[in-house]
Design a protein around this ligand. Structure first.
Ligand SMILES: Cc1cc2nc3c(=O)[nH]c(=O)nc-3n(C[C@H](O)[C@H](O)[C@H](O)COP(=O)(O)OP(=O)(O)OC[C@H]3O[C@@H](n4cnc5c(N)ncnc54)[C@H](O)[C@@H]3O)c2cc1C
Length: 532
């Protein structure tokens, strides 16, 4: 059996950062286990996202259970399954969230997680040329860039937003989030900046870091109430590795609770019913699942040559391909939603509570998520940023290869429904503002005939999906449903921490890659500072 100081399970947004920082000291021997492959050809270029969203070679391809407020639909839950995890398949939009998000975590009793205390980790992780030095990092491993809004579609959308009172914000990751802006991107020189690329590629030569890919961790090895290692399999060959200091689980919001449950840590009755020996009762494992439930409003654009539907066909596509090859620019080098706005649902709010994101092409819903339409238009998603509805993720069999059951309980908290309708109304106001008239815009979905709140909500239940931001299933805190403490120790088990999006007690205001990487950075710092 191999012995390491630290074992990190999962090489995703958080896990890659943890492994990098723990192995900086050559005396720390680190094993990083990743269930997926080393890479996928489509994970290098931004447009490749479209080829990874439903690709079993790089994606766990989960789906939620049918529930009342999805009208019985299963919602696709893609998750990255390769080095870099979901940062290798995601939309590359870079949003930290609001200061209030982290201050809320601290107010819940999580010492060390206020905005002032996490800001140094946000700065340390990034290399970004814009913004203010107070807020932005210049020398971190993760390259973040700021595309120029030269495109006529983007400048017109900004004008339309201004006409309904949404001002331009030069840095929504700076002092204030409110306003509309081009999405900051984990893209540089036309390449995706995943954590595989930014945190792992530069340190491949470290002799004290051993990375195993296609290595599925099947269980944690426990000696009483101490975690001493992991059991994992590569191509059917089952192995064990020992951790003399700690195991850090960074398998993500779906797989981290799965691994705890498979190892006998969770709700006793649930585990017993599956024939799993209860090693430690922890009722919060798999609970507190939160995600953004997102209606995608869809708009036809009559003016030709404006949208990416038009420009992604025939000669337009040849032009875009040339632009990409020669300049590393254009539609092949963009984030999934290149413009976003953070807006307040009503006057008097201290900070925005809604996010809108424009996809510069018309998409259509399909069983595997949105796909590109043959017609020309734009897709505009609009949703509350801090939904209160909570669901859960639990295993249904004692088999690491079987997907857990995912129940979101979307819209179970009434304010979520009200805010979602409000977000759709703001989307409508922008798309019908005077600046849009020359584009000959017409509403496809929800459709102008859906006028009342109830009609809009009815459509949301039929059509909404997620923007792939599940968090919270190994919640940080000190209440009975918390799974980890503020030092990310699993309550009641020595030598075991969780560090990934699953520890977020609440959703951050925006996309979740940046905060997940910050969690990885901070986790490594905590581990190194408590090492004896
Ligand atoms: C399609 C998509 C689009 C998105 N778009 C954006 C966006 O534009 N901007 C943004 O900020 N966020 C976006 N997100 C969300 C963001 O990428 C995630 O919140 C973030 O990557 C989560 O990081 P994590 O470390 O918690 O998990 P992950 O990055 O998912 O990492 C978990 C890793 O653990 C591995 N693993 C799981 N189980 C095991 C096991 N048993 N053994 C070994 N390895 C295991 C997985 O294969 C994976 O590599 C998107 C996500 C998806 C899926």
């Amino acid at each position: 059996m191999q012995t390491y100081d630290y074992i990190v399970v999962g090489a995703g947004s958080a896990g890659a950062a943890v492994a990098n920082r723990l192995s900086t000291n050559p005396r720390n021997k680190v094993l990083l286990l990743e269930a997926g492959r080393a890479s996928h050809p489509w994970s290098f270029i931004p447009i490749g996202m479209a080829r990874l969203i439903a690709n079993p070679a790089a994606n766990w391809l989960y789906a939620s259970e049918p529930e009342p407020n999805t009208n019985g639909r299963r919602i696709p839950v893609p998750r990255g399954k390769l080095l870099g995890g979901s940062s290798s398949i995601n939309g590359m939009v870079f949003v930290r969230g609001q200061a209030q998000d982290f201050d809320t975590w601290a107010q819940m009793g999580n010492r060390g997680w206020s905005y002032a205390e996490v800001l140094p980790f946000f700065k340390r992780m990034e290399s970004y040329a814009g913004g203010d030095d107070t807020f932005r990092g210049r020398e971190g491993p993760l390259r973040v860039t700021n595309p120029e809004p030269r495109d006529p579609l983007f400048t017109t959308l900004m004008k339309a937003a201004a006409q309904v009172g949404i001002r331009h914000n030069p840095d929504y990751n700076g002092a204030s989030q409110e306003g509309i802006a081009m999405s900051q991107a984990t893209i540089a020189a036309g390449r995706r900046m995943s954590t595989a690329r930014c945190y792992l590629d530069p340190i491949r030569k470290r002799r004290n870091l051993h990375i195993e890919t296609e290595a599925l961790t099947e269980a944690l090895v426990l000696d009483g109430k101490r975690c001493t290692g992991v059991r994992y399999s590569i191509a059917g060959d089952v192995r064990e590795a020992q951790a003399t200091r700690e195991v850090v689980v960074s398998a993500g919001t779906i797989n981290s609770p799965q691994l705890l449950e498979l190892s006998g840590i969770g709700q006793p009755e649930r585990l017993q019913n599956l024939g799993i020996e209860v090693r430690h009762a922890l009722p919060g494992v798999g609970e507190n699942l939160r995600d953004h439930y997102v209606p995608r409003t869809r708009w036809l654009i009559g003016k030709k040559g404006i949208t990416f539907n038009d420009r992604g066909r025939g000669l337009g596509l040849v032009h875009e391909a040339m632009r990409y090859v020669l300049l590393r620019q254009g539609m092949l080098a963009m984030t999934g939603a290149p413009i976003r706005a953070f807006v307040c649902s009503r006057e008097g709010l201290e900070a925005p509570d809604l996010m809108l994101g424009w996809i510069p092409m018309l998409t259509e819903p399909s069983a595997r998520g949105p796909r590109i339409s043959r017609q020309s238009g734009v897709t505009l998603y609009a949703h509350p940023m801090r939904p209160e509805s909570k669901g859960h993720v639990h295993i249904t069999v004692a088999d690491p290869r079987r997907p857990p059951a995912i129940n979101f309980n979307f819209l179970s908290s009434p304010p979520d429904a009200e805010l979602t309708v409000r977000a759709v109304r703001i989307a409508r106001a922008i798309m019908t503002a005077p600046a849009m008239i020359p584009f000959q815009v017409s509403e496809v979905a929800p459709g102008a005939d859906r006028a009342t709140d109830d009609e809009i909500l009815d459509w949301v239940k039929q059509a909404a999906e997620t923007t792939y931001h599940p968090v919270g299933t190994c919640k940080m805190g000190s209440d009975p449903m918390a799974v980890v403490d503020a030092q990310l120790h699993v309550h009641g088990i020595a030598g075991l921490r969780v560090a990934d999006a699953s520890i977020m007690p609440t959703l951050t205001s925006g996309n979740t890659n940046a905060p997940s990487i910050m969690i990885g950075e901070k986790a490594a710092d905590i581990v190194l500072n408590t090492a004896t």
